[in-house]
Design a protein around this ligand. Structure first.
Ligand code: GRF
Length: 220
């Protein structure tokens, strides 16, 4: 179900992360700087207690929680995360380096309301170490993808992609750094697109529409 762009109150984001949290911080900075409007971060949740991203959330004064996933059954952990997101009125879940597959129940609780960012041009190089995979394959162009999350890994409808050239003197670190810079732009832009409500998802395709047209067609 899409976000209603005519709603008066800000769209509430729930950020899930496991590590560094630079994408989360880029989104938070976009909101602070007024580049991303009509949204607020309702809660930041980490499944890893030591994640620097959750410490950063606390420093920014954002509501935050750690729900440790290690050693727990996926369905049970996801039920707790879902309940916490719902308790905080989250409209849109943003995975930002969340190193967990989501259960079908989790995905079903937020239909077309979970975004993920991945450091390759999907469907190329899904899964872990995407930048290394791209480098080793020898592609000349790579980038990042923001997509809706479905039941398959790095698979749902693509909201946007940003590309960069792979340079002859790149190594995996320089390549990953340039991709990350694009990620930080892409996530804000993708959230803005989704929050606008001015799109339809036709099969696998995210297609931009006028908000009026989308409402008249009553589409997802
Ligand atoms: C990013 O490269 C993102 O694309 C991937 O995990 C990494 C997270 O980095 N899903 P950060 O924690 O946002 O800095």
């Amino acid at each position: 179900m899409k976000i209603d762009p005519s709603a008066q109150s800000p769209v509430r984001l729930g950020i899930l992360l496991s590590g560094r949290g630079s994408n989360f911080l880029a989104v938070a900075e976009s909101i602070r700087a007024g580049r991303l409007t009509g949204v607020e971060i309702a809660i930041v949740i980490s499944n890893v207690a030591e994640a620097p991203g959750i410490a950063a959330a606390a420093e920014l004064g954002l509501r935050n929680a750690v729900l440790v996933s290690k050693g727990r059954k996926r369905a049970e952990h996801d039920a707790d995360v879902t309940a916490l997101l719902e308790a905080h009125g989250v409209d849109l879940v943003c995975l930002a380096g969340y190193m967990r597959l989501l259960s079908p129940e989790f995905v079903g609780a937020f239909p077309h309301r979970i975004l993920n960012i991945h450091p390759s041009l999907l469907p190329a190089f899904p899964g872990l170490d995407a930048q290394q995979q791209a480098f080793d394959y020898g592609v000349k162009v790579t980038g990042c993808t923001v997509h809706f999350v479905d039941d398959e890994l790095d698979h749902g409808a693509i909201v946007l992609q940003r590309s960069i050239a792979v340079l002859d003197d790149d190594d995996t670190h320089t390549l990953a750094a340039r991709i990350l810079a694009e990620e930080h732009v892409a996530y804000t832009e993708a959230i803005a697109r989704v929050v606008s409500g001015e799109y339809e998802v036709r099969g696998r395709r995210y297609v931009k529409t006028g908000s009026k047209g989308a409402r008249e067609q009553g589409s997802e």
